[in-house]
Ligand binder design. Structure first.
Ligand code: GAR
Length: 201
């Protein structure tokens, strides 16, 4: 049986699209069983609908507290019985209930080389700092901000002519390949984490 992926998005969903396309091949070993978001009317949800994948939206502002949002998001995701939850441009921190229910099974892709430039503006922060190389990181989510055990990284050069958009676009090309290749391997081969070291297979 292919691994069941629930993917959470907040925006364009190009990483999601790459996973949806990879999963069309049965040998990929994983299928996207649901796509969730923290906001309406985003391209990521439209991509899922076009692919015939169930979607749901859970907005923080619709709940009386962040904790209630966390519980509801957790229950909603759990109903799809995921083997792996992929945060692909999901711009919210998942809470303790979520991490408790899916311990070690939530992965996030971040557009910087962790531990550098955590947070929501990785490409802008890398550009402002003046680094010559940046990239993307896939990691297992823990309670920190982009601090979890690293599964894979991809590097890209920073060009003198880059602005935030051109740099982020270049990162996203490398990020999509890394995400698709690595999630497929996680699904087919499994993985372990010992002293922060992630080993696939
Ligand atoms: C990706 O580059 C992802 O790494 C980033 O948002 C982009 C989403 O693109 N996530 C973060 O910055 C999270 N801290 P997409 O919606 O086209 O997949």
């Amino acid at each position: 049986m292919p691994s069941r992926l629930v993917v959470l998005v907040s925006g364009a969903g190009t990483n999601l699209q790459a996973l949806l396309e990879a999963a069309e091949d049965p040998s990929y070993g994983a299928q996207v069983v649901a796509v969730g978001a923290d906001r309406d009317d985003i391209e990521g949800l439209a991509r899922a609908e076009k692919a015939g994948v169930p979607t749901f939206v859970r907005k923080v502002g619709d709940f009386t507290s962040r904790g209630h949002w966390d519980i509801t998001l957790t229950d909603t995701v759990a109903a799809f019985e995921p083997d792996l939850v992929v945060l692909a441009g999901f711009m919210k921190l998942v809470g303790p209930e979520f991490l408790g229910r899916f311990t070690g099974r939530v992965v996030n892709t971040h557009p910087a080389l962790c531990p550098a430039f955590p947070g929501t503006s990785g490409p802008a922060d890398a550009l402002a700092y003046g680094v010559k190389v940046t990239g993307a990181t896939l990691f297992v989510v823990d309670e920190g901000v982009d601090t979890g055990p690293i599964i894979a990284q991809a590097t890209v050069p920073v060009e003198d002519t880059d602005d935030v958009e051109s740099l982020h676009d270049r990162i996203k090309v490398a990020e999509r390949s890394m995400l698709v290749e690595t999630v497929g391997r996680l699904a087919r081969e499994g993985f372990t984490i010992t002293d922060r070291k992630v080993r696939i297979g």
